[in-house]
Design a protein. Sequence first.
Length: 280
Amino acid sequence: MQSYRDFDNGIIPAWCPGCGNFGILDAFKKALFELNIEPHEIILVSGIGQSSKLPHYLKCNGFNGLHGRSLPVATGISVANHKQKIIVFGGDGDTYGEGGNHLLHAFRRNPNITLFVHNNGVYGLTKGQASPTTEFGRHTKAQPFGALSEPLNPLALAIAMDCSFVARSFSGNLEHLKNIMKMAIMHEGFALVDILQICVSFNKVNNFEWYKNRVYEFKAEYDLTDKLRAFEKSQEFGDRIPLGVFYSKPRSTFERNIPVIKENTLVSLQNFPDIESLIC
């Protein structure tokens, strides 16, 4: 490919002007280009939401699934052909709400999948009601008395579940986001990148200036396999919000743990195992 713009497929994104999704899309194309990954070498999977529209605007293989159900689809694709780069895009509602149970089991299994979560603190597609990451007490059109649940800390959850790569970036810092994306894509195992982004239409509090005054890049001064230190760092959110890799620990992947595809992909097998004894 001659340029990262060669990933464009000519479809104009149906996002609000100023949406953080534009930055995420731009950073992702640049990450793929710098990694010298061709469109046919990746499969993008998404669920439902503004974030999940991202694969629609790229020249690549893709599968658009149900709300919150992208991870089981991606895992099935990876089992069938783990030679491909499997990348999932979802929002904070799509991934941490509807897809929360699937996320827990992805942490356990450690499939070789990269998950990018567009975290804007609201359900943007359905007009801004509270999501799992909305701060307690936040008033929205659907929560006139304020959000009644404490917000989920996705990084702390991922670290506690021993996710093999845990990071955070910001859609307003394209260079940092691009570099974090490259690291996550090349990581062998399940990688979670929580991407803070603005929603210009439905989240008037966490706007661009709000984030710019709080986010800062950090490089861990501790061993990235130290779960306790990583968990402690993940609690920092408020006046100061760290961006970077919080935790990284090599683990055997789900695909490598399946004997029949340890050496070859499922799609390349000529003779499948006899399953008659299992169904008779």
